[in-house]
Each structure stands twice: as C-alpha cells, then as structure tokens.
Design a binder for this molecule. Structure first.
Ligand code: S3P
Length: 434
C-alpha cells in the first residue's frame, strides 16, 4: 500500500492455505467496555487491536481505566473500576470511525452521569445518532447532537435515568446495547423489544459477567444496579473479516481455504446462509463454544455461484457483509436482488451507493433502490474505486480483483486498519496479488 493509502491488486489468482483472521470487532469493543465496568481485572485474549477498538480503549483510558497490552497484544488486562468508577474525561473523546464506540459509550456515559463530548472522523460525523439519543432521552438523559442529529454528542451530567420499555424502530444491535447498558444504571427494569433479531454479544457477555439478563423472544431486559464481575474473555476470529476470504475462495476458481476459529453466533451467520443459497461450498468443522460464543473452522472451496433473491429476514444477520456479498453477486450467474436493507445507507459510507458506483465502474449492471440493489452477474473489468472512508468497501474491491480482467486500484485503503489491520499480509499469503 502506498503512503497515501492507495492499494493496487493485480487480477487473477486463487486462495489457498489456512487463515486466522483477527478477533471479532463487536466482541472486542464489548470486552473492553464491560471489563472497565466490572469489579476486578478482565483478561481478554485475541482482542482485535484495530483502530475502532483502539478508539474504545482510548476513551476508557481517558476515563481512568488502566488497560495493559501484554504478549505483543495477544492479551489485554482491563482493570475494572466497578459500575460507577469512571472519571469524567478532560477533553473531547475521539471515536474515530467507530459507530459502535460512540453509540454504546453514549449509553454507558448517560447512565453513569458523566459529562462528556463524543465525536469522530468525517464519516462518523455524518452518521445518525438520534436512534440512541431519543431512547436515552426518554430514560432521562440530556444529550445534545448537531442540528441534523449527528455527532458531536454532548452528554450532560446530573440526570439520573429511569427504566423504560423501548420498542426499537430499526433492527440495530448498537441501539439495543446502548439502551441496555444505560439500563444497568437506571432504577427498575429496562427492556428492549427488537423488530428482528440482531447480534446478541452484549447479552451473552453481560450474562458471563454475572448480570441477570432475561430474553423472551424479541424482548431483552435487565434490572438496573446489578454489578458486573470480571471474567476471562477469549475473542473468536471475526466472521465479518473472514467473509472477505470466504467470498474470495468461493469466486476464484481452484481455491480451497481453511478459516480457523471463526465466530459463528447465529445472529451473525446470515452471510453463510446467503452464500450457501447462492451455491457456495462452506463446511463447518469442529464446532465448539468459546466463552459463551459458538466457534467453528470453515473450509471453503470455489463454487459456481448463482444469483438469488435475498430473504429480507437475513438482512440484519448479515448487515456488515453486504459489500462483499455484492462482489459475490457480481461473479454469480444471473441476478441477485436485496431489498429491506435501507440500513446499508447509514454505515461507514452509504454502502448501496458506494458499491453500486464501484461495480458500475467495473462493468457490472446494477440498479439501486432506497432499500436495496439488483446486481446482474457479469464480467468484472479492473477499475479505480474510492473507499469513501469505508474499510469494507476497500476490502471488497481488493477481493474482486480475483475475478477481474485488469488491476483494481483502491484509493483511501488506509481505512482497512479500522477493522482488519493485517488484511494485506494475510490476503497476500493466501494468494491475492497485492
Ligand atoms: C454492531 C452492530 C451493527 C454493525 C456494526 C457493529 C455492534 O450495527 O453494523 O458494524 O457491534 O453492535 P447496527 O446494530 O447499528 O446495525
């Protein structure tokens, strides 16, 4: 990669060998957050040390939490200070590119009653925050946003929270988690009702820390005032990062790849269901449970993919994998249609627009809708694309080079470090020509 963050990937090749991608981003954020709120020292193994999780770590360090990085970063020791042990930060907290950091932290800080200002990079300062400030406001928090509901978020102190029952208008694990984490500090039982299942790492990890969380169908609830007890956490490899290799091995003829230790929590495996419906060959080997999260090794072989109509029920379960799924669709026979995915417009970039622009430039016929896209499988040419500050857009077009007729040139590829700092060396070792 050049210093300016331009990545050039030569066309062709196949993926082989064994790859262990870094730790799950969602679980890593939560390990640091819950570790900071727990009584005792939390040891976190294989935590992702990408820029997003570093934003979370930086925020807690600025609030008086000691986090040791040992064994070359393989082991973190988070010195928890209990439910109300954080110190008010003396400067604005910079959440960088990380939606998970800003949304979950706003729940924690509003609950704790800590005055703070949370902001981030250009991409984060365009993202909608009313989805968290509105329910937190109903609990009694005072949080100011910019005029259009975007960061910076200014959280006032001195407003104790009361429990609410919140029917979430969007299927969002970040919103669910922000409200539940605020609920830890509120009087009474806080409940969230989900319109569709979303990732449940917060609930699982809170339970692991000894908090009673009741789950009854779409309703998740907890009583405020419960204390967290530190417990060791091992972070599985991130299925969202593995997805780039899963699609790469599926679309590149002759590939056969083993992805080890991958988190396969059923609230995350929509990507596998969608690829399997397209004809992908993915074997789940050695299924096991690590620290309350299901894990498996995945063996992926190249396959002839076919276009499908994606079941809208799978959308929240594959929400971060659509950029790379769109590459799979471009390499499939026939048409793939995704609807009910309006949320893609509110990620690190507008992922419907950025992917449609890149695929169009690479010679693929696409049509977009407010809530989705239709992709006609075809022949990919090489092209130059901009990441728009979105790590998953950059990695998707890097993988697309496996089936392109010319080089893929990706501007703004430095953003890959937010979730997958070792993408380039791992992809090169597996056979991507970058
Ligand atoms: C995340 C939830 C998802 C996902 C994001 C991480 C989390 O966002 O897109 O990358 O860790 O809770 P939404 O829940 O807002 O869809």
């Amino acid at each position: 990669m050049s210093e300016a963050g331009q990545l050039t990937v030569a066309p062709g090749g196949a993926l082989h060998g064994t790859v262990q991608v870094p730790g799950d981003k969602s679980i890593s954020h939560r390990a640091v957050m819950l570790g900071a709120l727990a009584d005792g020292v939390t040891e976190v193994r294989d935590c992702l040390l990408g820029e997003d999780v570093r934003s979370t770590m930086g925020a807690f360090r600025a609030m008086g939490i000691e986090i040791e990085e040992l064994e070359g970063g393989r082991l973190l020791r988070v010195h928890g200070r209990g439910l109300r042990g954080l110190r008010a930060p003396t400067a604005e907290l910079d959440m960088g590119n990380s939606g998970t950091s800003i949304r979950l932290l706003s729940g924690i800080l509003a609950g704790h009653g800590i005055p703070a200002t949370l902001s981030g990079d250009d991409s984060l300062r365009r993202r909608p925050m009313r989805r968290v400030t509105e329910p937190l406001g109903r609990m009694g928090a005072h949080i100011h946003t910019a005029a259009n509901g975007t960061p910076p978020l200014v959280i006032e102190s001195g407003h104790p929270l009361k429990a609410i029952t919140f029917e979430m208008p969007v299927a969002s694990a970040q919103v669910k988690s922000a409200v539940l984490l605020a609920g830890l500090f509120a009087e009474g039982e806080t409940a969230v009702i989900e319109p569709a299942p979303t990732r449940d790492h917060t609930e699982r990890m809170l339970t692991g820390c000894g908090v009673e969380v009741s789950v009854d169908g779409p309703r998740v609830a907890l009583r405020g005032g419960q204390r967290l007890t530190a417990c060791p956490i091992t972070v599985p490899a991130d299925l969202s990062s593995a997805a780039f290799f899963i699609v790469g091995a599926s679309i590149a003829p002759g590939s056969e790849l083993l992805l080890s230790n991958v988190g396969v929590n059923p609230t995350r495996t929509g990507v596998l269901s969608i690829l399997e419906a397209m004809g992908a060959r993915i074997e789940r080997l050695n299924p096991r449970s690590i620290g309350g999260e299901p894990v498996a090794d995945l063996r992926v072989s190249a396959a002839d993919l076919r276009g499908i109509e994606v079941d809208p029920a799978l959308v929240p379960l594959a929400i971060d994998e659509f950029p790379i799924l769109f590459i799979a669709a471009a390499c499939a026979r026939g048409v793939t249609r995704v609807r009910g995915a309006e949320e893609l417009r509110h990620k690190e970039s507008d992922r419907i627009a950025t992917m449609a622009a890149g695929l169009g430039a690479a010679g693929i016929q696409v049509e977009t809708f407010d809530d989705g896209i239709e992709i006609h499988g075809g022949a990919l040419t090489g092209t130059r694309v901009d990441s728009h500050g979105d790590h998953r857009i950059a990695m998707s077009f890097a993988i697309a080079a496996l089936r392109a007729s010319g080089p893929m040139v990706i501007d703004g590829a430095a953003t890959i470090a937010t979730s997958f700092p070792t993408f380039a060396p791992l992809a090169r070792a597996a056979g991507l020509r970058l």
